[in-house]
Design a binder for this molecule. Structure first.
Ligand SMILES: CC(C)(COP(=O)(O)OP(=O)(O)OC[C@H]1O[C@@H](n2cnc3c(N)ncnc32)[C@H](O)[C@@H]1OP(=O)(O)O)[C@@H](O)C(=O)NCCC(=O)NCCS
Length: 190
């Protein structure tokens, strides 16, 4: 009988050194696998530490980590529009979601995305936007399975290994707990 794996997702404002080390390992494993959250080549530990350390300091950005058996194996970011963008204050971007190849297939990404959505709704946000490369088949299956609507395709979304890759744009409507329904708050959404 296989052992039950312990899975969790949490929002963090600081990363303990061992969590940062696990996150850097997970990130490089995903990059080498063709992960698709920006980098194309594995990065040095110091540049990844600077990167994540900087992310944690950015206002209007929240950082979530996924753990498998206690080890950090992935992350995601909830990015709110800057304060001056009042017209889009009800929206946020879900970005850079990933799970290391060695921790995939356990349902962690689903848990991670739902946790980010839950937090967004708790903040009063009503729309989550995200985009993925058209080649990210697992992510496309993940987000479509979680109810995201694809509304557009960008033909020149990214370049990787000498190829131009199109990108898909998605949104999902959220309901704010204890608030007005989103239909009432936003009116008709096609
Ligand atoms: C996409 C990704 C986050 C999925 O992580 P994961 O933890 O393995 O996903 P889960 O186990 O939570 O799977 C949830 C659902 O996603 C879909 N899915 C995930 N991996 C899939 C795969 N390889 N093929 C088809 N569907 C897949 C399935 O619908 C799955 O539900 P099911 O297991 O009931 O069929 C992971 O493959 C990854 O990090 N990829 C590279 C980075 C990336 O594409 N990030 C997203 C945009 S930045």
């Amino acid at each position: 009988m296989s052992a039950v794996r312990e899975m969790s997702v949490e929002r963090v404002e600081v990363l303990e050194p061992h969590d940062m080390a696990d996150l850097c390992d997970a990130t490089n494993a995903a990059i080498v696998d063709g992960g698709g959250f920006g980098w194309l080549e594995a990065q040095s530990r110091s540049s990844l530490e600077r990167h994540f350390g900087g992310i944690l300091l950015i206002p209007d950005r929240e950082f979530f980590i996924a753990r498998l058996d206690g080890e950090v194996v992935g992350s995601a970011q909830l990015i709110r529009p800057p304060r001056h963008n009042e017209a889009q204050a009800f929206t946020a971007q879900l970005a850079h979601a990933f799970i290391a190849p060695y921790a995939r297939g356990f349902g962690l990404a689903r848990m991670l995305v739902r946790r980010v959505e839950q937090r967004a709704a708790a903040l009063g946000l009503r729309v989550i936007n995200l985009d993925v490369r058209a080649t990210q088949e697992s992510a496309i299956a993940l987000f479509e399975g979680l109810g995201y609507t694809r509304w557009g395709t960008h033909p020149a979304y990214a370049r990787a290994h000498g190829q131009t890759i199109s990108g898909y744009y998605y949104y999902r409507i959220l309901e704010v707990p204890g608030g007005r329904s989103t239909a009432a708050a936003l009116g008709h959404i096609a």
